[in-house]
Design a protein around this ligand. Structure first.
Ligand SMILES: *[C@@H]1O[C@H](CO)[C@@H](O)[C@H](O)[C@H]1NC(C)=O
Ligand SMILES: *[C@@H]1O[C@H](CO)[C@@H](O)[C@H](O)[C@H]1NC(C)=O
Length: 171
């Protein structure tokens, strides 16, 4: 590959990397929203997503007919909304994902939960917030070939793009 092609190739990789790690907003149930009419398979919906710290989930529903109750895992299993951790009733509730957690939500209206209107959000990836983990740059590696091996998160996304270009030019 010529230099230009290499630069372009690494730029494309870098852009893919950056966009794959951007914050997403997920609407629970996609176009169906939070409902018991033609109820989406919320388990399947949630399993198909890769929730990260920084993403948000949005529940959209008719507030006369539904609610969103955040509960413990035990209460999620039993559909017990009598001791909620949080209750949302606006009809359009955005819940930011702030850390790696496993969140459980059920509908608090009649027996909707028992019929399947419940969802668990498992957050498995995400950097710890920068404030808790001050940026540090590792000492330069002795070998020239290792000069660009810097773990992601230390330098940040734009740093990664620059590194990719440098890598393309170097190799
Ligand atoms: C929502 O509730 C209202 C009154 O409580 C009812 O008339 C309506 O049919 C319900 N809509 C749906 C989509 O269930
Ligand atoms: C639901 O939770 C409440 C409070 O934690 C508890 O008193 C009640 O027994 C639970 N109900 C069921 C059916 O588990």
């Amino acid at each position: 590959m010529g230099l230009v092609q290499k630069v372009v190739f690494f730029m494309v990789l870098a852009v893919l990397y950056v966009s794959s790690s951007m914050a997403e907003v997920y609407k629970v149930g996609d176009y169906s929203g939070w409902t018991n009419q033609n109820m989406p398979d919320y388990k399947k919906w949630s399993a198909s997503k890769d929730f990260k710290v920084g993403d948000s989930i949005v529940f959209e529903y008719s507030p006369q007919n539904h609610s969103v109750v955040q509960v413990s895992y035990e209460d999620y299993k039993k559909c017990n909304s009598s001791s909620p951790m949080k209750t949302f009733i606006s009809g359009k509730d955005t819940i930011p994902i702030k850390r790696k957690v496993h969140l459980f939500f059920i509908c608090g209206v009649s027996d909707n939960c028992g019929k399947g209107q419940k969802v668990d959000i498992r957050v498995v990836t995400g950097d710890t917030p920068a404030t808790q983990n001050p940026p540090s740059v590792s000492a330069p590696a002795p070998s020239a070939n290792n000069a660009v091996s810097i773990s992601k998160g230390h330098i940040g996304k734009f740093g990664f793009v620059i590194l990719a270009v440098v890598a393309a030019i170097t190799y």
